[in-house]
Design a binder for this molecule. Structure first.
Ligand code: NDP
Length: 445
């Protein structure tokens, strides 16, 4: 790292001790911005780097609730409002036992550049709780969500901060939180949350958007080599919102998806994933991946190793951060994988990213390839503000255009800095420049 960048990174580590994921995300962005800072020294001179790594506001709060046995439970809630240069803070809420302030900050930091890449008027933020929805009754989830929103409602609003879903937060949780927000504020502000149900302000295609967008991005990368997804073997990790709709779109484009996973193991289905069965198990029954194998002849459950052990042409990590390490990357490369497009946020470790880049394969960082979700959330806000609703085709066409634009702007930006095909540099430099120029225009705030 150059002196300027190294100094900022060291300060981040010093000031945010023990927040390993946040350090990792900052390092990845700062390192790749070195050519930008060298070419445009005015960014560093204006203290832009020091400012962009510091959240505008961090909120941490107690979330007390009562379980079905009448016991009081206490979780911790977070909302990190990272950067509002381009618009209201925007980013999901994650409910998972691993959640801590460092994880929320890494996600919020990534969100700034991702949102900028969509070219929409949205700033970056993220939130969540260490609450685990797994194994909880609907009533427990509702009581938790109501308590969580009772505090969060003080800090958000359609022009201030607009949360959405992420791991552990889907339509059910957004519904309970919206109901509580509406009750507290005595106001039907549909634009305060995205990922809403279709009957109460949701947008068609929002459910599908992140997974579809990731696959569209992979398709655009392949097109630069005169190829497509048709006939490709694809491995997918995760079995949640992003993974399911990545599988749906990849199969619609002629690929065969042969894996998915959850925290209990992964499934290999060489015949191609039976999407209806997967949706039934995961979306309707909230079951485990083993439930799929029980009903699907030929599919097998693997509880050792990782999904990346399975040979493929294209890999789509769609579960969580750091789920694909240097060894997994070496296995993927050895077995002929030529494309990695991240549906999850920061699923590849720095060692894995280095291996992909050295091998010269097509590698898309999540902040570019999974931006379709937040982009469609911004489309949901647009429909809420104008009290209209677009049909599926209209919303999907807009998503496709946005993903194509993001892809092309990564390509053009990487070329501008003399590193064609480097989607990491392309995404970080294009996203950073958009935010940084607006921050300069707004003065020192
Ligand atoms: P879901 O909660 O719907 O699904 C998450 C999936 O990943 C589940 O199958 C879950 O398994 C698995 N998983 C999560 N954490 C772990 C873990 N620590 N170890 C093993 N498996 C794990 O979440 P989403 O599909 O919404 O999110 C997946 C990823 O995509 C996340 O990185 C998220 O930040 C990112 N993302 C999501 C967007 C969205 O629109 N939803 C937008 C952009 C990015 P299990 O149920 O067993 O925990």
């Amino acid at each position: 790292m150059t002196n300027v960048v190294e100094k900022v990174y060291e300060q981040v580590v010093e000031r945010n001790r023990g927040e390993a994921e946040f350090h990792q995300a900052v390092r990845e962005v700062l390192e790749s911005l070195e050519p930008v800072i060298s070419k445009h020294p005015h960014y560093a001179e204006a203290g832009l780097l020091e400012r962009i790594v510091e959240p505008e506001r961090q909120i941490m709060f107690r979330v007390p609730w009562v379980d079905d046995n009448g016991q009081v439970q206490v979780n911790r809630g977070f909302r990190v409002e990272f950067n509002s240069a381009l618009g209201p803070y925007k980013g999901g809420l994650r409910f998972h036992p691993s959640v801590n302030v460092g994880i929320i900050k890494f996600l919020g930091f990534e969100q700034i550049f991702k949102n900028a890449l969509t070219n929409q008027a949205i700033g970056g933020g993220k939130g969540g709780s260490d609450f685990d929805p797994h194994g909880k009754s609907d009533l427990e989830v509702m009581r938790f969500c109501q308590s969580f929103m009772t505090e969060l409602s003080r800090h958000i609003g359609p022009s201030t901060d607009v949360p959405a879903g992420d791991i552990g937060v889907g339509g059910r949780e957004i519904g309970y939180m919206f109901g509580q927000y509406k009750r507290l504020k005595n106001s039907y502000d549909a634009g305060v949350l995205t990922g809403k149900g279709l009957a109460w302000g949701g947008s068609l295609v929002r459910t599908e958007a992140t997974g579809y967008g990731t696959v569209l991005f992979a398709q655009s990368m392949l097109a630069t080599k005169g190829q497509s997804l048709e006939g490709k073997r694809v491995t997918v990790s995760g079995a949640g919102n992003v993974a399911i709709y990545a599988i749906e779109k990849a199969q619609a484009l002629g690929a065969t998806c042969i894996t998915f996973s959850d925290s209990s193991g992964y499934v290999v289905d060489e015949a191609g994933v039976d999407l209806e069965l997967l949706k039934q198990v995961k979306e309707v029954e909230r079951g485990r991946v083993a439930d799929y194998v029980e009903r699907r002849p030929g599919a097998r459950l693997v509880t050792e190793g990782r999904v990346w052990d399975v040979p493929c042409d294209v890999a789509l990590p769609c579960a969580t951060q750091n789920e694909l390490d240097g060894n997994n990357a070496a296995t993927l490369l050895r077995q002929g994988c030529g494309v990695v497009a991240e549906g999850a946020n920061m699923p590849s470790t720095p060692e894995a990213i280095e291996a992909f880049q050295q091998a010269g394969i097509l590698y898309a960082p999540g902040k570019a390839s999974n931006a379709g979700g937040v982009a469609t959330s911004a489309l949901e806000m647009e429909q809420n503000a104008s009290r209209t609703r677009w049909d599926f085709e209209t919303a999907e066409a807009k998503l496709t255009d946005i993903m194509t634009d993001i892809h092309d702007s990564c390509v053009v930006t990487a070329e501008e800095y003399g590193r064609p095909g480097d989607y990491v540099l392309g995404a970080n430099a294009a996203g950073f420049t958009r935010v940084a120029d607006v921050m300069l225009a707004h003065g020192i705030v």
